[in-house]
Ligand binder design. Sequence first.
Ligand SMILES: [Mg+2]
Length: 306
Amino acid sequence: MIGEFELIKKLTAILKEDTIGDDTAYIKIGDKGLNITCDAFLEDVHFLIHYPPESLGFKAISINVSDIVANGGKPLYGLISLMIPDYIEERFLERIYEGVKAACEFYSLKIVGGNVSKASKLGIDVFLIGEVDRFVSRNGALVGDDVLVTGTLGDSYAGFKLLTSKKAYEEYELRLIERHLRPTARIDYINHIRKYANASMDISDGLSSDLWHIAERSNVVIEINKDKIPISNELKIFASKNHLDPYEIALSGGEDYQLLFSQKKEHFNPFLDNTVIGKVIDKGRALVLMDGKELERKGFDHFKKR
Ligand SMILES: [Mg+2]
């Protein structure tokens, strides 16, 4: 099978739509700007069936909110398609919806419809619509821009490894697991992104491949410094106990649902938990450099093994 991104290119070529390629699609109805997105959350692909059902509902909403926020939008309404196998009981579905409800309250959005169907495995497919007065694409990075990320990276992957490798946890491990099971999309950045970001996306596949997405869509050269990548204390402990490089985890882990964006240097806001990890240094070609060398893309691709 070809890679996920080549597949998307081939399929969108059939539709002859060149607007595809951001976290959400930007549409205008009258003079109102909207962004729409959908993301399926599937058993054995994105989650395991023994995870707490409330967290499945919460995360299915978060991953879609994250895409809306990445483009500077504010989430408003959603639809959910549930795919339900025989072995799922009613109470399990109710608990998923308790997670959905908590997410809707947290993000101030409403689920206004959806549908259910039988399936061989559990799936939660969410469609979201948001309003956006300035749509921020991946394609607007400018030479001289700083490149920033929010929060810390790599925690979710460490949480996933812990969830699937042991049963009793220390306090720091539980915090990593929480990041994996119940990520919160960065709605606190909506205003900053829509006002100041030149290019923006969320980090869902892994920082290294997501940096390449911005470089390619903006046709620029990005240089980053490895030691600027923000790593949590929990990830540092996890990495040292497991003899792993926390920066490698942050670069390739994925599912962080933090934001990756570029902006002019003067727009840096020291009151936000954002970190400058690099700079846009040239245009006319797509390239990502880390400490002077070409950065290998090592993110999540549905159709390729890691
Ligand atoms: Mg995304």
